[in-house]
Write a protein that binds this ligand. Structure first.
Ligand SMILES: O=C([S-])c1cc(C(=O)S)c[n+]([C@@H]2O[C@H](COP(=O)(O)O)[C@@H](O)[C@H]2O)c1
Ligand code: NI
Length: 411
């Protein structure tokens, strides 16, 4: 089963906040500790603490231990990672995270990544943050991680080189290089300090599959990872949601027709489509029939001129999200299509019922649709008209005309 995650960075992100979010969302602490132990040359302890940030329960992971070295070069960090007994995906993502940090620092300080001496970010606790977060995310085995636009903060922060403007230059470089959306995240125009740190930004851009709001998903776990600071007016915490992807749904933002007003029977359905140019056209009626049998609400073909000027058809299927798998199975097994695309649509059905028309020689069902309590449509079922015409030996057009005339009395 596919698994996705969403990181809500409305209060920014740092290495320790991300560690906390992973633990709070259910990643066993051992997973993080083992990875950190494998890399750190001196004992580092991860100590989770349950805290409350602006009324929200969150996990703060303290990274504790002594570090006899004051700064490390990118080569020093690389040597530690290369020598560590780490699963390859964790080593690769930790490596990629530090490489991005080194490049960003190099651009800011007008030097090369190899010449960069990490100060804060090269300390053992920062190495623990990076390796722990990489191990935690690898443990979740996400198929996709969506990262919200990142609140970076505003004002100034004190660092090894003195006062730095927020967003700090390395964060700007990291987010810019990845094309990640960001904003100040101020409350009422008041400077809020540093919300996103270079380590946090490097971890986000290394792991993000894409950026945006929470994707349609069935959430299985939610975890808030706290930062050390208490910030007035907001929970200083990054939030991780983990779950299964769900079909797209209409929201107030995506704008359901009618502004999302409710209507009896209105629902979100999927239109599943595929362009097909290599099915014997005689097979299509059987395909459409099987799609309806599989639970499709409707299925139809549109003639198209495809790439390379090929005459083809778009097969389109309207289906309730619950029957999506069944419909895909029919498409994949009954046609040569090797993929489908789908989008959500809003379906507004009228209430309908069947009545019976008594006609010479037999009966015909009449489909009656009502709107606002009034009958607005009364249509004889054509299959019944055809069957009656065949049974009585009369022309189909004559039976149809009689049925249509009888239907008038129901309108
Ligand atoms: O040490 C250096 S060179 C340094 C550079 C920058 C730049 O943006 S350039 C920022 N900082 C600050 O260090 C701390 C720690 O960052 P972590 O990512 O390790 O949490 C943070 O306040 C940075 O803004 C340091
Ligand atoms: Ni710097």
């Amino acid at each position: 089963m596919s698994r996705i995650g969403w990181l809500d960075c409305a209060s920014g992100a740092s290495g320790d906040m991300l560690l906390g979010a992973l633990v709070a969302a259910g990643v066993p602490l051992d997973v993080l500790t083992h990875a950190v132990d494998a890399v750190a040359p001196e004992k580092i302890r991860l100590r989770p603490e349950k805290v409350v940030r602006n009324g929200l329960a969150a996990t703060l992971v303290h990274v504790e231990g002594t570090d006899s070295k004051h700064h490390r070069t990118w080569a020093d960090v690389r040597t530690l990672l290369d020598a560590a007994d780490l699963p390859e995906p964790v080593r690769r993502s930790a490596h990629a995270t530090f490489e991005r940090l080194a490049r960003a620092e190099a651009r800011v300080h007008d030097t090369t990544p190899e010449a960069i001496h990490f100060h804060e970010v090269g300390a053992l606790d920062a190495i623990a943050d990076v390796v722990g977060v990489c191990a935690g995310l690898a443990h979740l085995g996400l198929d996709r991680l969506v990262v919200s636009p990142v609140a970076v903060g505003s004002g100034f922060v004190r660092a090894a080189h003195g006062r730095l403007p927020v967003p700090v230059p390395a964060v700007v470089e990291l987010l810019a290089a990845a094309g990640a959306p960001s904003y100040a995240g101020e409350i009422d125009g008041t400077p809020v300090g540093e919300l996103c740190t270079p380590t946090g930004a490097a971890l986000l851009v290394t792991h993000a599959s894409t950026y945006g709001p929470q994707p349609p998903m069935r959430v299985a776990a939610q975890g808030f990872g706290a930062g050390t600071r208490e910030t007035p007016g907001r929970a200083n915490a990054v939030r991780l949601l983990v779950g299964e992807p769900a079909p797209e749904v209409w929201t107030a933002e995506t704008g359901a027709p009618g502004g999302g007003a409710t209507f009896p029977g209105e629902s979100t359905q999927l239109v599943v489509e595929s362009n097909v140019d290599d099915l014997d056209p005689r097979v299509w009626p059987a395909v459409l029939a099987r799609l309806l049998d599989a639970g499709a609400a409707d299925a139809w073909l549109t003639p198209i001129l495809m790439k390379k000027g090929r005459p083809a058809h778009t097969l389109a299927v309207l289906v309730d999200p619950d029957r999506y798998d069944e419909v895909c199975e029919v498409v994949f097994t009954q046609t040569p299509a090797i993929g489908v695309r789908s989008h959500a649509v809003r379906k507004r059905p009228l209430e309908r019922e069947f009545r019976t028309l008594e006609l010479p020689g037999g009966t015909v069902r009449l489909k009656v649709a009502t709107y606002a309590g009034k009958v607005v449509n009364a249509q004889p079922e054509y299959d019944d008209v055809l069957a009656l015409a065949e049974r009585t030996g009369r022309p189909v057009k004559a039976v149809l005309a009689q049925a249509a005339a009888a239907a008038q009395q129901h309108l």
